[in-house]
Design a protein around this ligand. Structure first.
Ligand SMILES: C[S@@+](CC[C@H](N)C(=O)[O-])C[C@H]1O[C@@H](n2cnc3c(N)ncnc32)[C@H](O)[C@@H]1O
Length: 227
């Protein structure tokens, strides 16, 4: 699949793009491409934003700049891009990202639009197929949100995570029937008086499986009660 990220700060993705599962995804033929809106702006002095109509604080990313970037990259009218791929605006006003949405996105090519400042001009609604939030709080830009979406999606692609068992038995996965994962422990078996549960050291696989199922249910129930 192709994940194209439109941003004013492509350098923010350098660390993420170098992560081993992301480079493995590239080896498998998937692509993470970065596009700087500024490289395609039709305005002088590389302008990309402007003051909000009606007044108020901050700057707004211009719709003509976003449209020009989409048309330069895809060579089709900007409102036709969503006919070929999911065009996703990252915004705190969007549908909250969850595992089901990540799985849905994994079946498509993606174009992720990062906002900055006060966000993107509302007329971006004419260009997108989805508006996605990564949580009910405000970040300074869409880059971290785009990485969260890309990462949740890339984990769904076969072969990207080297051990396939890691992804079938993790939180929200079908093997756990959408529940949270059970607690994980490793050596040392005791640290400053904090002990690993005896059952995990017992070598009794059936008992371990029963304990994990109970713990998984308990963690899920506690999270549901809190939300
Ligand atoms: C400072 S925010 C704009 C917030 C906007 N003025 C508001 O009050 O809703 C700038 C950009 O960060 C990104 N962003 C901020 N919080 C986000 C969130 N929770 N989920 C996804 N993107 C977010 C969006 O791309 C947004 O356009």
């Amino acid at each position: 699949m192709k994940i194209d990220v439109f941003t004013l700060f492509p350098e923010a993705f350098a660390w993420y793009a170098s992560q081993v599962h992301v480079t493995r995804a590239a080896e498998l033929g998937h692509e993470l491409r970065l596009c700087n809106y500024r490289d395609h702006t039709p305005l002088t002095h590389q302008q990309v934003d402007d003051t909000p109509y009606g007044g108020g604080a901050g700057m707004v990313v211009r719709i003509d700049v976003v449209a020009a970037a989409l048309e330069a990259v895809y060579d089709v009218p900007c409102d036709a891009v969503r006919g070929e791929r999911r065009v996703v605006e990252l915004t705190p006003k969007g549908r909250q990202l969850d595992d089901a949405l990540a799985a849905e996105f994994a079946a498509h090519d993606l174009c992720l639009l990062c906002g900055r400042y006060e966000g993107i001009d509302e007329r971006v609604a004419n260009l997108v197929s989805d508006r996605v939030s990564i949580g009910p709080y405000v970040l300074s830009g869409g880059e971290i949100a785009a990485m969260a979406v890309a990462d949740a999606v890339l984990r769904k692609l076969e072969g990207v995570i080297s051990n396939p068992e890691s992804v079938v038995a993790e939180s929200f996965a079908p093997d756990l029937e959408g529940a949270l994962e059970y607690p994980q422990y490793t050596r040392p078996a005791e640290f400053r008086g904090w002990k690993v549960p005896d059952v995990l050291l017992s070598g009794d696989h059936a008992k371990v499986a029963r304990w994990r199922a109970e713990q998984s249910q308990r963690a899920t129930d506690m999270t549901r009660r809190r939300s």
